[in-house]
Design a protein around this ligand. Structure first.
Ligand code: FES
Length: 105
């Protein structure tokens, strides 16, 4: 599916990410700055924090408890905040747009 990553400075990256990979893995494989994924997707580092575009918030599965508690360690958390390693790419998310927070660049 096509995933659109927007850096804090507005730079837009539109990339094809295989279904089944996480949005974090898609960013790391495509060398997109702003998403580090230090813990490898174990929901333990919060360096993959993103803001999900409003139009997509209903389509992305709700966070599990572990993600919600890890998000407390992220900076500048907003209602649309998610850990991108916990969002699994599928056809339903074709066109998903996420923005990276200022603290990750
Ligand atoms: Fe570490 Fe997402 S990659 S919490």
């Amino acid at each position: 599916a096509k995933i659109i990553y927007i850096e804090h400075n507005g730079t837009r990256h539109e990339v094809e990410v295989k279904n089944g990979l996480s949005v974090m893995e898609g960013a790391v494989k495509n060398n997109i700055p702003g998403i580090d994924g230090d813990c490898g997707g174990a929901c333990a580092c919060a360096t993959c924090h993103v803001y999900v575009d409003d139009a997509w918030r209903d389509k992305v599965a709700a966070p599990e408890d572990l993600e919600t508690s890890m998000l407390e360690f992220a900076e500048s958390v907003e209602e649309s905040s998610r850990l991108s390693c916990q969002i699994v790419v599928s056809d339903a998310l074709d066109g998903l747009t996420v923005r990276m927070p200022e603290s990750q660049h």
